[in-house]
Design a protein around this ligand. Sequence first.
Ligand code: 5GP
Ligand code: ZN
Length: 302
Amino acid sequence: MDMQTSFLDRLFDSGLLIETGVDGLYGRSGTFEDVIAAFERLIDRFGGADGAEAIRFPPGMNRAYFEKSGYMKSFPQLAGTVHSFCGCELDHVSLIKAMDEGQDWTGEQKATDIVLTPAACYPLYPTIAKRGRLKQKGGLYDLQSYCFRHEPSNDPARQQLFRMREYVCMGTQQDVTDFRQLWMDRGVKMMAEVELPVEIDVANDPFFGRAGKMMVNNQRDQNLKFELLIPITSVAKPTACMSFNYHQDSFGVKWGLELHDGAVAHTACVGFGLERIALALFHHHGLDPKLWPATVRKALWG
Ligand code: 5GP
Ligand code: ZN
Protein backbone atom coordinates (compact mmCIF):
# COMPACT_ATOMS: atom_id res chain seq x y z
CA MET A 1 0.00 0.00 0.00
CA ASP A 2 1.43 3.44 -0.85
CA MET A 3 1.81 6.21 1.74
CA GLN A 4 -1.14 8.16 0.37
CA THR A 5 -3.60 5.29 0.65
CA SER A 6 -2.40 4.25 4.07
CA PHE A 7 -2.70 7.81 5.45
CA LEU A 8 -6.16 8.11 3.89
CA ASP A 9 -7.21 4.82 5.49
CA ARG A 10 -5.96 5.95 8.89
CA LEU A 11 -7.90 9.19 8.51
CA PHE A 12 -11.06 7.22 7.68
CA ASP A 13 -10.48 4.76 10.55
CA SER A 14 -10.03 7.57 13.05
CA GLY A 15 -13.19 9.28 11.77
CA LEU A 16 -11.30 12.52 10.96
CA LEU A 17 -12.32 12.16 7.31
CA ILE A 18 -15.57 10.50 6.24
CA GLU A 19 -15.85 8.54 3.00
CA THR A 20 -18.46 9.61 0.44
CA GLY A 21 -17.65 7.05 -2.25
CA VAL A 22 -15.87 9.66 -4.40
CA ASP A 23 -12.09 10.11 -4.29
CA GLY A 24 -11.23 13.57 -3.04
CA LEU A 25 -14.70 14.34 -1.63
CA TYR A 26 -14.82 13.83 2.13
CA GLY A 27 -16.83 14.69 5.18
CA ARG A 28 -14.88 16.02 8.17
CA SER A 29 -15.28 15.34 11.86
CA GLY A 30 -15.71 17.99 14.54
CA THR A 31 -12.10 17.43 15.57
CA PHE A 32 -10.86 18.07 12.03
CA GLU A 33 -12.95 21.25 11.83
CA ASP A 34 -11.71 22.41 15.22
CA VAL A 35 -8.12 22.23 13.92
CA ILE A 36 -9.06 24.29 10.86
CA ALA A 37 -10.85 26.86 13.03
CA ALA A 38 -7.83 27.08 15.35
CA PHE A 39 -5.43 27.54 12.41
CA GLU A 40 -7.65 30.26 10.98
CA ARG A 41 -7.41 32.09 14.31
CA LEU A 42 -3.62 31.83 14.01
CA ILE A 43 -3.90 33.39 10.54
CA ASP A 44 -5.98 36.19 12.07
CA ARG A 45 -3.33 36.73 14.74
CA PHE A 46 -0.71 37.31 12.03
CA GLY A 47 -2.82 39.22 9.53
CA GLY A 48 -5.69 40.66 11.55
CA ALA A 49 -4.07 44.03 12.28
CA ASP A 50 -3.46 44.79 8.58
CA GLY A 51 -7.01 46.08 8.16
CA ALA A 52 -8.05 43.76 5.31
CA GLU A 53 -11.69 43.94 4.27
CA ALA A 54 -13.30 40.55 4.97
CA ILE A 55 -15.51 39.24 2.16
CA ARG A 56 -17.04 35.75 1.93
CA PHE A 57 -18.33 34.50 -1.42
CA PRO A 58 -20.26 31.24 -1.79
CA PRO A 59 -18.41 28.33 -3.48
CA GLY A 60 -20.05 29.13 -6.82
CA MET A 61 -19.31 32.17 -8.99
CA ASN A 62 -20.91 34.07 -11.87
CA ARG A 63 -20.26 32.07 -15.06
CA ALA A 64 -19.72 35.27 -17.07
CA TYR A 65 -16.91 36.32 -14.69
CA PHE A 66 -15.43 32.84 -14.90
CA GLU A 67 -15.48 32.96 -18.72
CA LYS A 68 -13.76 36.34 -18.73
CA SER A 69 -11.14 35.16 -16.23
CA GLY A 70 -9.60 32.88 -18.88
CA TYR A 71 -9.63 29.85 -16.55
CA MET A 72 -10.85 27.57 -19.38
CA LYS A 73 -7.82 28.56 -21.47
CA SER A 74 -5.38 27.51 -18.75
CA PHE A 75 -7.06 24.77 -16.68
CA PRO A 76 -10.05 23.28 -18.54
CA GLN A 77 -9.32 19.90 -16.95
CA LEU A 78 -9.90 21.26 -13.43
CA ALA A 79 -13.07 23.32 -13.91
CA GLY A 80 -16.49 22.36 -12.59
CA THR A 81 -19.69 23.82 -14.01
CA VAL A 82 -23.15 23.69 -12.43
CA HIS A 83 -25.81 22.19 -14.69
CA SER A 84 -29.56 21.86 -14.04
CA PHE A 85 -32.53 20.18 -15.63
CA CYS A 86 -34.25 22.73 -17.87
CA GLY A 87 -36.55 20.49 -19.93
CA CYS A 88 -40.32 20.04 -20.21
CA GLU A 89 -42.53 17.31 -18.70
CA LEU A 90 -41.80 14.98 -21.59
CA ASP A 91 -38.07 15.45 -21.10
CA HIS A 92 -38.62 14.69 -17.43
CA VAL A 93 -40.27 11.38 -18.30
CA SER A 94 -37.28 10.42 -20.48
CA LEU A 95 -34.90 11.48 -17.73
CA ILE A 96 -36.58 9.27 -15.11
CA LYS A 97 -36.74 6.38 -17.59
CA ALA A 98 -33.02 6.71 -18.40
CA MET A 99 -32.20 6.88 -14.68
CA ASP A 100 -34.32 3.81 -13.90
CA GLU A 101 -32.59 1.90 -16.69
CA GLY A 102 -29.13 2.95 -15.53
CA GLN A 103 -28.60 4.95 -18.75
CA ASP A 104 -27.03 8.41 -19.02
CA TRP A 105 -29.73 10.80 -17.75
CA THR A 106 -27.64 13.98 -17.89
CA GLY A 107 -28.28 14.85 -21.56
CA GLU A 108 -30.99 17.42 -20.73
CA GLN A 109 -28.88 19.08 -18.05
CA LYS A 110 -28.07 22.63 -19.18
CA ALA A 111 -25.34 24.97 -17.97
CA THR A 112 -26.62 27.43 -15.35
CA ASP A 113 -25.19 30.87 -14.64
CA ILE A 114 -23.03 29.39 -11.89
CA VAL A 115 -19.66 27.64 -12.00
CA LEU A 116 -17.79 26.23 -9.02
CA THR A 117 -15.17 28.63 -7.69
CA PRO A 118 -11.68 27.45 -8.71
CA ALA A 119 -9.75 29.72 -6.32
CA ALA A 120 -11.08 31.94 -3.55
CA CYS A 121 -9.93 35.17 -5.20
CA TYR A 122 -11.61 34.68 -8.60
CA PRO A 123 -14.91 36.42 -7.72
CA LEU A 124 -13.07 39.31 -6.05
CA TYR A 125 -11.48 41.12 -9.01
CA PRO A 126 -14.69 41.95 -10.93
CA THR A 127 -16.39 42.85 -7.65
CA ILE A 128 -13.71 45.39 -6.71
CA ALA A 129 -13.44 46.74 -10.27
CA LYS A 130 -17.17 47.57 -10.19
CA ARG A 131 -16.63 49.85 -7.18
CA GLY A 132 -14.42 52.22 -9.21
CA ARG A 133 -10.88 53.36 -8.47
CA LEU A 134 -9.08 52.02 -5.43
CA LYS A 135 -8.34 54.28 -2.46
CA GLN A 136 -4.89 55.87 -2.17
CA LYS A 137 -3.65 53.02 0.03
CA GLY A 138 -4.81 50.40 -2.51
CA GLY A 139 -6.89 47.38 -1.53
CA LEU A 140 -6.45 44.49 0.90
CA TYR A 141 -9.02 41.69 1.21
CA ASP A 142 -9.50 38.65 3.42
CA LEU A 143 -11.31 35.76 1.70
CA GLN A 144 -12.25 32.17 2.43
CA SER A 145 -14.11 29.83 0.14
CA TYR A 146 -14.60 26.23 -0.77
CA CYS A 147 -12.90 25.71 -4.13
CA PHE A 148 -13.47 22.96 -6.68
CA ARG A 149 -10.86 21.25 -8.83
CA HIS A 150 -11.64 18.12 -10.79
CA GLU A 151 -8.68 15.98 -9.87
CA PRO A 152 -9.87 12.78 -8.16
CA SER A 153 -7.05 11.16 -6.20
CA ASN A 154 -6.44 8.85 -3.28
CA ASP A 155 -3.96 11.35 -1.87
CA PRO A 156 -5.88 12.90 1.04
CA ALA A 157 -3.95 16.13 0.36
CA ARG A 158 -5.48 16.36 -3.10
CA GLN A 159 -9.19 16.95 -2.66
CA GLN A 160 -11.80 18.04 -5.18
CA LEU A 161 -13.63 20.38 -2.81
CA PHE A 162 -11.42 22.12 -0.27
CA ARG A 163 -11.18 25.44 1.54
CA MET A 164 -8.79 28.18 0.65
CA ARG A 165 -8.19 31.17 2.89
CA GLU A 166 -6.66 34.06 0.99
CA TYR A 167 -5.38 37.57 1.39
CA VAL A 168 -5.39 39.61 -1.81
CA CYS A 169 -3.49 42.88 -2.26
CA MET A 170 -4.09 45.47 -4.99
CA GLY A 171 -1.69 48.39 -5.42
CA THR A 172 1.56 49.36 -7.08
CA GLN A 173 4.13 46.75 -8.08
CA GLN A 174 6.10 47.64 -4.94
CA ASP A 175 3.04 47.39 -2.65
CA VAL A 176 2.01 43.97 -3.85
CA THR A 177 5.49 42.42 -4.03
CA ASP A 178 6.17 43.71 -0.47
CA PHE A 179 2.84 42.14 0.60
CA ARG A 180 3.84 38.82 -0.93
CA GLN A 181 7.25 38.86 0.77
CA LEU A 182 5.63 39.77 4.10
CA TRP A 183 3.36 36.70 3.89
CA MET A 184 6.21 34.40 2.82
CA ASP A 185 8.03 35.46 6.02
CA ARG A 186 4.85 35.15 8.08
CA GLY A 187 4.05 31.74 6.60
CA VAL A 188 7.43 30.40 7.70
CA LYS A 189 6.93 31.87 11.21
CA MET A 190 3.41 30.48 11.54
CA MET A 191 4.47 26.98 10.57
CA ALA A 192 7.41 27.21 13.01
CA GLU A 193 4.88 28.05 15.77
CA VAL A 194 2.98 24.84 15.03
CA GLU A 195 6.25 22.92 14.58
CA LEU A 196 5.84 21.89 10.95
CA PRO A 197 8.93 21.53 8.71
CA VAL A 198 8.73 23.77 5.64
CA GLU A 199 10.58 24.75 2.54
CA ILE A 200 9.74 27.53 0.11
CA ASP A 201 10.23 26.97 -3.58
CA VAL A 202 9.27 28.47 -6.93
CA ALA A 203 6.20 26.74 -8.30
CA ASN A 204 4.30 26.15 -11.47
CA ASP A 205 0.62 25.54 -12.07
CA PRO A 206 -0.69 22.57 -14.12
CA PHE A 207 -1.42 24.64 -17.27
CA PHE A 208 -3.17 22.48 -19.87
CA GLY A 209 -1.71 21.21 -23.12
CA ARG A 210 1.20 22.28 -25.30
CA ALA A 211 0.41 25.99 -25.10
CA GLY A 212 0.42 25.55 -21.33
CA LYS A 213 4.12 24.67 -21.37
CA MET A 214 4.96 28.24 -22.32
CA MET A 215 2.84 29.55 -19.47
CA VAL A 216 4.62 27.23 -17.04
CA ASN A 217 8.02 28.50 -18.23
CA ASN A 218 6.91 32.11 -17.99
CA GLN A 219 5.53 31.61 -14.46
CA ARG A 220 8.73 29.97 -13.30
CA ASP A 221 11.21 32.27 -15.07
CA GLN A 222 9.54 35.38 -13.71
CA ASN A 223 9.16 34.00 -10.16
CA LEU A 224 5.43 34.69 -10.27
CA LYS A 225 4.50 31.87 -7.90
CA PHE A 226 6.13 30.50 -4.77
CA GLU A 227 4.84 27.73 -2.56
CA LEU A 228 5.37 26.75 1.05
CA LEU A 229 5.83 22.99 1.04
CA ILE A 230 5.34 20.55 3.91
CA PRO A 231 5.89 16.78 3.65
CA ILE A 232 2.55 15.00 4.18
CA THR A 233 2.30 11.82 2.13
CA SER A 234 5.77 12.03 0.60
CA VAL A 235 9.09 13.36 1.79
CA ALA A 236 10.51 13.49 -1.75
CA LYS A 237 7.49 15.43 -3.01
CA PRO A 238 6.26 17.68 -0.20
CA THR A 239 2.78 19.21 -0.51
CA ALA A 240 2.03 22.86 -1.28
CA CYS A 241 0.18 24.17 1.78
CA MET A 242 0.44 27.88 0.95
CA SER A 243 0.97 29.70 -2.31
CA PHE A 244 2.20 33.23 -2.98
CA ASN A 245 1.18 34.60 -6.36
CA TYR A 246 2.18 37.81 -8.13
CA HIS A 247 -0.13 38.45 -11.10
CA GLN A 248 1.75 41.56 -12.29
CA ASP A 249 -0.87 43.84 -13.89
CA SER A 250 -2.66 40.99 -15.70
CA PHE A 251 -5.81 41.04 -13.53
CA GLY A 252 -5.63 44.83 -13.33
CA VAL A 253 -5.75 45.04 -17.14
CA LYS A 254 -8.35 42.26 -17.53
CA TRP A 255 -10.82 43.64 -14.99
CA GLY A 256 -10.01 47.36 -15.23
CA LEU A 257 -8.66 47.67 -11.68
CA GLU A 258 -7.36 51.20 -11.22
CA LEU A 259 -5.29 52.84 -8.53
CA HIS A 260 -6.48 56.18 -7.09
CA ASP A 261 -4.56 58.04 -9.83
CA GLY A 262 -5.96 55.92 -12.67
CA ALA A 263 -2.87 53.73 -13.19
CA VAL A 264 -3.48 50.00 -13.67
CA ALA A 265 -3.30 48.10 -10.38
CA HIS A 266 -0.91 45.24 -9.79
CA THR A 267 -2.26 42.35 -7.70
CA ALA A 268 -0.93 39.52 -5.57
CA CYS A 269 -2.63 36.84 -3.52
CA VAL A 270 -1.56 34.53 -0.75
CA GLY A 271 -3.51 31.29 -0.25
CA PHE A 272 -3.65 28.86 2.65
CA GLY A 273 -4.86 25.34 1.81
CA LEU A 274 -6.78 24.75 5.04
CA GLU A 275 -7.37 20.99 4.67
CA ARG A 276 -3.75 20.47 3.69
CA ILE A 277 -2.50 22.38 6.73
CA ALA A 278 -4.79 20.33 9.00
CA LEU A 279 -3.53 17.12 7.35
CA ALA A 280 0.09 18.24 7.83
CA LEU A 281 -0.64 18.77 11.53
CA PHE A 282 -2.26 15.33 11.86
CA HIS A 283 0.59 13.70 9.95
CA HIS A 284 3.36 15.28 12.02
CA HIS A 285 1.77 15.41 15.48
CA GLY A 286 -0.60 12.42 15.41
CA LEU A 287 -4.29 11.85 14.84
CA ASP A 288 -5.39 13.01 18.31
CA PRO A 289 -4.89 16.76 18.85
CA LYS A 290 -5.20 16.26 22.64
CA LEU A 291 -1.84 14.45 22.45
CA TRP A 292 -0.05 17.10 20.37
CA PRO A 293 2.96 18.87 21.93
CA ALA A 294 1.86 21.48 24.49
CA THR A 295 3.67 24.20 22.50
CA VAL A 296 1.68 23.38 19.37
CA ARG A 297 -1.59 23.23 21.31
CA LYS A 298 -0.80 26.62 22.86
CA ALA A 299 -0.12 28.18 19.44
CA LEU A 300 -3.46 26.87 18.18
CA TRP A 301 -5.78 27.03 21.20
CA GLY A 302 -4.02 29.52 23.50
P1 5GP B 1 -3.27 27.28 -5.92
O1 5GP B 1 -4.29 28.25 -6.43
O2 5GP B 1 -1.95 27.88 -5.62
O3 5GP B 1 -3.16 26.04 -6.77
O4 5GP B 1 -3.86 26.73 -4.55
C1 5GP B 1 -3.80 27.51 -3.38
C2 5GP B 1 -3.66 26.59 -2.21
O5 5GP B 1 -4.80 25.73 -2.14
C3 5GP B 1 -2.48 25.62 -2.37
O6 5GP B 1 -1.27 26.16 -1.89
C4 5GP B 1 -2.94 24.46 -1.54
O7 5GP B 1 -2.59 24.65 -0.20
C5 5GP B 1 -4.44 24.45 -1.70
N1 5GP B 1 -4.80 23.42 -2.69
C6 5GP B 1 -4.56 23.43 -4.02
N2 5GP B 1 -5.00 22.29 -4.58
C7 5GP B 1 -5.53 21.55 -3.60
C8 5GP B 1 -6.14 20.27 -3.55
O8 5GP B 1 -6.29 19.56 -4.55
N3 5GP B 1 -6.57 19.82 -2.34
C9 5GP B 1 -6.43 20.55 -1.22
N4 5GP B 1 -6.87 20.05 -0.06
N5 5GP B 1 -5.85 21.76 -1.22
C10 5GP B 1 -5.40 22.26 -2.39
ZN1 ZN C 1 -5.75 33.93 -5.36
